[in-house]
Design a protein around this ligand. Structure first.
Ligand code: SF4
Length: 231
């Protein structure tokens, strides 16, 4: 059901993968050979949001259409210098690390058709988690979707109902109304998080705590991986 809904929102705006929606339960050869510009892949703990503390295999795709001023992975913007990694090789690596969960992130991973990658991960029994600005049409088969809306390129309206988690980065007071605007577009059981922009944390944390105390539908997300100095 969910897969069909995702297929409905696909459009020609994303890189297409012939054969990616093959309809087979197992992964077809075309899916396995489809490739993505990859910045890095590694095993770590999810540091922020709802799944904080759980082990996950991170698949960071290169390229971003948003280009936030505060981005802490600006190295991910450049696609040209990144090697193309096939779905087969990425999933092999995840399997070698005994991954139970995979975080597909970027950059902006929805620049690409994520059906081949997520189909292959799920065929291995690996849960698929997406981290996205949702500024491009949704693709892929997901167990968990975290939308982090960005003012520079807001999410597509039609993507919002698929968010299991909304995580809004707060840099200053004006971001609270932006957070409320996008919270109003999510489904009822979507988890709502406010997270301080890392460089502004000292400046905004008190306001965030105060805001959550007075608007308790929100929770605090901390970038625990940065406190722990892990990736
Ligand atoms: S959307 Fe994410 S990866 Fe892209 S510029 Fe913003 S913070 Fe960086």
């Amino acid at each position: 059901m969910k897969e069909k809904e995702y297929a409905d929102v696909l459009n020609s705006d994303i890189q297409s993968a012939e054969g990616s929606l093959c309809g087979k339960d197992s992964v077809c050869r075309e899916c396995e050979s489809f490739s993505y510009p990859l910045m890095e892949q590694f095993l770590s703990l999810q540091g922020e949001g709802f799944n904080t503390g759980k082990a996950a295999y991170f698949i960071r795709l290169a390229g971003c259409n948003v280009r936030c001023d505060f981005c802490d992975v600006k190295q991910s913007w450049n696609v040209a210098d990144r090697p193309l990694a096939s779905v087969g090789s990425i999933v092999d690596n995840a399997r070698k690390h005994n991954a139970l969960n995979a975080v597909v992130t970027g950059g902006e991973p929805l620049l690409y058709d994520l059906n081949p990658l997520t189909r292959a991960l799920k065929a291995e029994g690996i849960c698929t988690w997406l981290e996205t600005s949702a500024s491009k049409p949704l693709s892929g088969i997901w167990d968990w979707i975290c939308i982090s809306p960005k003012t520079k390129r807001p999410p597509l309206e039609e993507n919002m109902i698929y968010a299991d988690e909304l995580k809004v980065v707060i840099s200053d007071e004006s971001d609270f109304s932006f957070a409320e605007l996008y919270a109003s577009k999510t489904k009822r059981d979507c988890m709502l998080y406010l997270q301080a922009e890392w460089e502004s944390e000292k400046k905004v944390m008190k306001s965030i705590i105060d805001y959550i105390e007075h608007h308790p539908i929100w929770r605090l997300s901390l970038q625990t991986h940065k406190y722990l100095d892990i990736r």
